[in-house]
Ligand binder design. Structure first.
Ligand code: AMP
Ligand code: MG
Length: 485
């Protein structure tokens, strides 16, 4: 096909040692149909929005045709799933290549659900429409919230049925990521590669994500330090917004610091650190309050896989790695604290700030108050309708908070502005996401999802139409999510 679409693909990953991937073509599907196209993302990738809707371009999103320059492959990786080490790999994803942007930056273009690969194990390599649209909505919402994330370029239906508990409409999502390098990619290299192969992978990751450290004397230690830093920032942002990833296995943690693999993720309504949505997380390993701990645990697995590169003397290597890992908790905590201060309109630092923050969180927990809406009420000084705001305890806290805001040079207006920029008007409420998916999957009506995406695209704008999306569901039934197979 001609390339009026603007594909400018290369695949640097395909030049890594063969062990790291298997060249694999997507399996063609019966009758692809474009369901949703992310026009603004397409534009920023240098793709032509109009020609992306042509039959030929849709055939690319379906894996029926390859775009010019593609060298499709499935990546090999391992991972600790709920603490247990397994060999995994792209069982239902195929990397077409990297779109090279005018400035030289490259982003992965990956099909999710394009058929079996050598890593599919018992799976069919396919995906259902509901989970793909769910990933589309939530990853785009995360982007709107300013949180690093993989993006969604398009979803097509395949005209085929995938068999899960029942037959479901099949779909393929095109995912865009700054790379798909995972902690699990390094675990794979450490376990099954030679030291040279591990070094090649680490050099590749450095070149792609951290070019500034390329000339460092201990660059693999710098790599560890940079990944620790990005994950500390990322997980702090999740906590600040009430995002629960749901399946923080090491294969679902990126080296780039982007959120990846939206399976059973969901946003917390009532504030409670024990909140878990995933139906398979019976132990609460990936509960909201446990995410920072798991982040640290996963990074320790990353450090372990780098040990052979850190020092010839393995005891010395362990000490060096531990030093870097031990910084994670403090880094995470300072990111979280800074973000919480902003949510309360505080610019400068005082030692009692943490007590003030924990004060409001403690009250939210006690009264089952909604996390997002409580901060929104504080932002707009509209503290009418929850039990929490009527308590003497809150009145006392509010006095302390007002006094605290008074002890900074910034005006009340700047404080309010900071709060508006830090407390979203909307998050993808679970019942709203379900409603959009139901309309799409059951009725073929995509307008509900499009309206939701629109409202979520600018969550800090606080415009009128967002208000109805901030209300809570009528049902109090616990929300459950399922892995997106
Ligand atoms: P996830 O829970 O999405 O992170 O996936 C864990 C592993 O299972 C990865 O190796 C996936 O590629 C693989 N996987 C998930 N669903 C399927 C499927 N339908 N067919 C083949 N492999 C799958
Ligand atoms: Mg995964």
């Amino acid at each position: 096909m001609t390339n009026e679409t603007g594909w400018n693909l290369d695949n640097s990953y395909a030049r890594l040692p063969e062990k790291f991937f298997t060249s694999t073509n997507p399996t063609p599907v019966r009758s692809p149909e474009l369901i949703i196209l992310n026009e603004s993302l397409a534009g920023s990738l240098g793709l032509d929005v109009k020609s992306l809707q042509s039959e030929g371009a849709v055939a690319v999103f379906a894996g029926n045709e390859l775009p010019e320059g593609a060298s499709p492959l499935a990546q090999a990786y391992a991972g600790h799933q709920f603490g247990h080490f397994n060999m995994l790999g792209d069982g239902r994803a195929i990397l077409l290549g990297e779109q090279v942007l005018p400035e030289g930056e490259r982003v992965d273009i990956q099909l999710k659900g394009p058929g079996r690969t050598p890593y599919s194990r018992g799976g069919d390599g396919r995906a259902a429409l509901g989970p793909m649209l769910r990933e589309y909505i939530i990853s785009e919402a995360m982007h709107g919230l300013g949180i690093p994330t993989t993006r969604s370029l398009a979803v097509v239906t395949t005209g085929e049925t995938v068999i899960r508990e029942t037959g479901l409409p099949g779909a393929i999502m095109t995912r865009v990521a700054s790379s798909h390098l995972r902690v699990g990619t390094f675990q794979f290299a450490a376990k099954w590669g030679t030291i040279e192969e591990l070094r090649t992978l680490a050099d590749y990751a450095i070149k792609r994500h951290f070019p500034d450290i390329e000339a460092d004397e201990s660059r693999y230690l710098s790599l560890l330090q940079e990944v620790v830093k990005r994950q500390a920032e990322l997980i702090a942002q999740w906590q600040l917004i009430g995002f629960i990833h749901g399946v923080m296995n090491t294969d679902n943690m990126t080296i780039s610091g982007e959120t990846i693999d939206y399976g059973p993720c969901a946003f917390m309504d009532a504030y409670d650190p024990a909140t878990v949505f995933s139906s398979i997380d019976t132990q609460g390993r990936y509960a909201y309050g446990n995410q920072p701990v798991i982040g640290g645990w996963n990074l320790a697995r990353f450090a372990e896989s780098l040990l052979p590169l850190l020092h010839d003397d393995q005891d010395r290597a362990v000490t060096l790695a531990q030093d870097k890992i031990s910084v994670f908790n403090d880094l995470y905590h300072s990111n979280w604290l800074a973000g919480m201060r902003a949510k309360l309109g505080i610019f400068n630092e005082e030692t009692q700030d943490e007590a003030l923050i924990n004060g409001i969180l403690g009250m939210m927990k006690k009264h089952g108050a909604d996390y997002t809406n409580t901060f929104r009420a504080l932002t707009f000084d509209k503290m009418e309708d929850t039990v929490l705001f009527g308590t003497p305890e809150f009145a006392q806290w509010q006095e302390l908070w007002q006094a605290r805001q008074g002890r900074q040079k910034e005006s009340k207006e700047s404080s309010n502005q900071l709060m508006q920029n830090s407390n979203p008007a909307v998050i993808p409420r679970n019942h709203r996401v379900e409603e959009a998916l139901e309309a799409a999957v059951e009725q073929g009506d995509y307008s509900v999802m499009e309206r939701l995406l629109d409202v979520l695209s600018n969550p800090y704008a606080h415009f009128e139409e967002q208000a109805e999306y901030s209300t809570l569901p009528e049902s109090t039934k616990p929300y459950r999510t399922f892995c997106g197979t």
